[in-house]
Design a protein around this ligand. Structure first.
Ligand SMILES: C[S@@+](CC[C@H](N)C(=O)[O-])C[C@H]1O[C@@H](n2cnc3c(N)ncnc32)[C@H](O)[C@@H]1O
Ligand code: SF4
Length: 390
């Protein structure tokens, strides 16, 4: 461990993302790299492979000070505490971990998983992100979740008692969801929340059961106007409660933002460990975009044979880096630094396009050198980024 590190917009930090690719059941809306293995998972074998891939990655990118670790999934709370301990110990052996490093774990709120919370805390986890998704049982069933509201409430309570920091996720813009019902649910969520909430609009991902239902006209998802109303409710209710959006889907009291996710959005450096994990490593020849094999058992074979499961390792051109900076940074309420964009791209943003977006109220200037999306711009962010990046 080292002394406390000053991470901020000018020093985005170094994060380590670790992907646990298994779930107890597949939710019908989810296209994350998550797999169900009814015959069980050989955790000691996976733990050894995670440790190996951490060692290999640290040999490529040595000497970093880790400012955050994120155990994501899939469902990382299906890991035994010993598996989590092995992963965190390996990160500490191969890199220096900052004394105030944020160590987050995603957890599902079923009672079985909540029983393991103390073990995760003892292993070094200091922040939990719970996938609550909804606060009514009808919608939880519709979303294919294995927990009910009572279990979610118990998991929130237990997590608050066990970990220094807690966040939970909700999915909104569900079929037939009315703004007043969402406002009431959100108000209840805020009464249960600590200082951070992730609020995701339901997206219909290709290849999922929800995609097939939507195509068959059997899913009454809100149209653009209704979704805009739900989005406005989300912004208003959270801001009034002191947890404004600091990112398009993330809300926190000032100071309680997820440092790991800020590292992504501020376009810092991060290692991706585990099946289907992405990384951005700053090496001698430039910024590398890395990705590992997605299929868990194929990843395992690769790591055991070669030391890592990397299948993509591209050095990004300056233009690509600058586009990624836009894509990530414009998600943030703090926006992007135009001087940093200039330094990466080797040119300024297109003045005419920027002027258009400013005039249309899609982006605004923030101080001398920063630009950010407005509320209207956030709602059509993909189009705003495409316009500026083109
Ligand atoms: C990868 S999941 C991991 C968390 C954990 N497995 C769970 O589901 O509770 C992270 C979050 O992404 C969100 N999510 C996943 N698919 C989504 C979709 N199609 N639309 C909106 N949010 C989604 C959910 O809120 C979920 O909690
Ligand atoms: S939403 Fe979470 S629990 Fe459901 S399949 Fe995706 S990763 Fe697994």
């Amino acid at each position: 461990m080292s002394a406390v590190t000053a991470v901020g917009p000018d020093n985005p930090g170094f994060g380590v993302y670790v992907h646990w690719p298994f779930c107890a059941a597949k939710c019908p809306y989810c296209d994350f790299n998550s797999h169900v293995r009814h015959l069980g998972v050989d955790q000691p074998r996976f733990a050894a492979a995670f440790v190996q891939e951490i060692a290999t990655t640290a040999a490529r990118a040595p000497g970093r000070e880790v400012t955050s670790i994120f155990l994501g999934g899939g469902t990382p709370s299906l890991m035994e505490p010993a598996t989590v301990g092995a992963i965190l110990d390996a990160i500490g052996r191969h890199w220096t971990v900052a004394a105030d490093a944020e160590v987050t774990m995603e957890a599902n709120p079923s009672s079985v998983e909540a029983e393991r919370f103390r073990g995760y805390r003892a292993a070094g986890v200091n922040r939990v992100s719970l996938g609550v998704q909804a606060l009514n049982d009808t919608d939880l069933r519709f979303l294919g979740r294995l927990h009910n509201v009572a279990e979610a409430r118990r998991a929130i309570e237990l997590a608050r008692a066990t970990f220094p920091r807690l966040s939970f996720d909700l999915i909104y813009a569900r079929p037939n969801q009315r703004p007043d019902a969402w406002a009431a649910e959100l108000t209840e969520a805020l009464s249960l929340a600590a200082d951070h909430l992730s609020l995701y609009q339901l997206t219909i991902e290709e290849g999922t059961p929800f995609f097939a239902l939507a195509r068959a006209g059997k899913l009454a998802i809100p149209d653009d106007d209704a979704a805009a109303d739900l989005y406005a409710v989300t912004q208003d209710v959270t801001a009034a409660a002191g947890l404004p959006a600091y990112e398009i889907s993330n809300h926190a009291m000032p100071g309680a933002e997820s440092r790991h996710n800020l590292t992504y959005w501020r376009y810092g450096e991060y290692a991706g460990i585990g099946p289907g994990a992405h990384g951005r490593l700053k090496l001698a020849d430039g910024r590398h975009a890395t990705a590992t094999e997605k299929v868990p058992e194929a990843w395992l074979d690769k790591v055991e044979m070669w030391g890592d499961g990397v299948v993509v390792d591209d050095v990004l051109a300056r233009e690509e880096e600058a586009d990624e900076l836009l894509l990530m940074g414009l998600r943030l309420a703090e926006g992007i630094d135009l001087a940093r964009y200039r330094a990466l791209a080797g040119r300024s943003l297109d003045e005419a396009r920027l002027a258009d977006l400013l005039a249309n109220g899609m982006v605004e200037r923030l101080g001398g050198s920063r630009v950010r999306a407005t509320r209207a711009g956030f709602f059509v962010l993909d189009a705003v980024v495409a316009d500026l990046a083109a």
